[in-house]
Write a protein of this length. Structure first.
Length: 467
């Protein structure tokens, strides 16, 4: 009687013909003991063999289901597929079946084709198991799908390794991005903002993650940042000193049962990024110090410490550039050369300290009289020069007169109860096209000596230049 009952149930469930139902019944009978060798093979194979009807109710499940999922075949036959798998998996199965049925209605496909789909099953003890399923259709005599036949293999370990690999790849990609930001020429502010925007992409739940960096009072954060109870952080330190904090927050999707949503690997990742950021801050600080040192060194190498003006070495470098510019593109250039009158007498009478004070005060006067485009130099001893780009001699005379008058009005007190006024003699020359640079300077020098020989405290300009 049992055989007839099985025969009737199979026939009614999937609507097979008499002959097809009989065939399936015979197969089931063989599994129950009719064919010992076949039953032994099915019982011993590690994979699970199963059949479903068109409503996704199980018709047959092989004994390996007990070992893999904890459910005996008898228990499985009392469940619907939706009870066996996670909701996400069930939705994918339904969508896959719908897609295959749609294919059959639109194109000629192999009726015996096999599709592969990974599914997440519930184990009887509560955890989930990933199975790889190779599935093909059971068809009636008219070729219509009457059920599904499949073989399932446990791939939980493989999926776990794949998930771990994907997470590690995300972390490495994030670290590489941060490294690229650090190596870029972007400002420190841009590096920190780009880093904070990139961090959520390396986490397990990027869609509901946000990040913030606080450093020396500055705050860099993702647009969606807000504080919740699900937070992880790492300190940003430079040479052992804490300068700021990197923090990551999960905004949603965490139930109270989750507890700490951050993996140990994610906490290690945040610490690694914080170390990176500490190093970039330290490196940028070192670069700034180096730049400042180089700037000061350059200034010291081209500045005259006493007068605060550029030195003669830098003068020749700059006048060469100006002369080259005029020879290439045309224009005008004037040069003032001036000297303190009777400086040796003043220096011998009152001493070098007072002499140095006179040189320093003259430097201050020259700086106050110059325009932004002009540059001044201590040429040597008590001699000074002023380069006047894009300036004719007549315009240069105005600046020279300003220097002469302002310095003459300076009062020196080289000894108690004694005040002294000093004067300067100035010569102005205008550059002539393709003139030798040294000859140009020599002309200005000669004009200055002409001013001294003419009575001092005056300006001499070539008569042709004033016309």
């Amino acid at each position: 009687m049992s055989g007839k009952k099985d025969h009737r149930e199979i026939k009614e469930k999937i609507g097979l013909s008499e002959d097809e139902a009989t065939g399936i019944r015979r197969k089931k009978t063989a599994l129950r003991g009719g064919d010992v060798s076949y039953r032994f093979l099915v019982d011993m194979m590690p994979d699970t063999i199963w059949m479903l009807d068109t409503d996704l109710n199980p018709l047959y499940v092989s004994p390996s289901s007990k070992r893999i999922l904890g459910y005996s075949p008898e228990e499985r036959l009392r469940q619907h597929l939706s009870d066996m798998v996670t909701p996400e998996t069930y939705a994918r199965i339904v969508n896959a079946i719908a897609a295959e049925l749609e294919r059959e209605g639109k194109e000629a496909v192999d009726p015996d084709r096999i599709i592969t789909i990974d599914t997440e099953y519930y184990h009887k003890d509560g955890h989930t198991v990933w199975l790889e399923n190779r599935v093909r259709a059971i068809r009636d005599r008219d070729g219509r799908i009457a059920g599904l036949f499949g073989v399932s293999r446990d791939i939980t370990d493989r999926r776990r390794l794949e998930d771990m690999l994907r997470e590690r790849i995300k972390e490495l990609t994030l670290l590489q991005s941060v490294a690229n930001f650090i190596e870029s020429t972007d400002s420190l502010e841009d590096v920190f903002q780009k880093t904070v925007d990139e961090i959520p992409r390396g986490l397990s739940f990027p869609d509901c993650a946000c990040a913030r960096i606080t450093l020396n009072g500055q705050v860099f954060q993702t647009a969606n940042f807000r504080e919740t109870g699900w937070r992880s952080h790492a300190d940003i330190t430079v040479r052992g000193e804490r300068l700021g904090t990197l923090e990551v927050v999960y905004l949603c999707g965490m139930s109270d049962e989750v507890g700490d949503p951050f993996l140990d690997e994610e906490r290690d990742l945040l610490k690694a990024i914080a170390r990176f950021l500490g190093r970039v801050v330290e490196r940028r600080q070192a670069e700034e110090k180096l730049k400042e040192s180089e700037r000061k060194y350059r200034e010291l190498s081209i500045l005259d410490e006493l007068s605060g003006l550029y030195n003669s070495r830098y003068f020749y470098r700059q006048i060469e550039k100006e002369v080259d510019r005029i020879n290439r593109y045309g224009g005008s250039l004037s040069l003032i050369l001036l000297d303190i009158d009777n400086f040796k007498v003043f220096n011998d009478k009152f001493g070098h300290v007072e002499g140095d004070e006179a040189l320093s005060r003259l430097g201050e006067v020259i700086r106050r009289c110059m325009r932004k485009t002009d540059s001044a130099y201590r040429y040597g001893g008590e001699e000074f020069t002023v380069l006047l780009p894009v300036t004719r001699c007549g315009e240069g005379r105005v600046i020279a007169e300003r220097i002469r008058t302002m310095f003459k009005n300076e009062t020196f007190f080289p000894s108690p109860g004694e005040s002294v006024h000093l004067t300067v003699s100035l010569g102005i020359a205008e550059y002539r096209p393709n003139e030798n640079m040294k000859k140009f300077v020599h002309r200005a020098d000669q004009l200055m000596y002409q001013a001294k020989e003419s009575g001092k405290d005056r300006i001499c300009v070539e008569s042709s230049a004033e016309e």
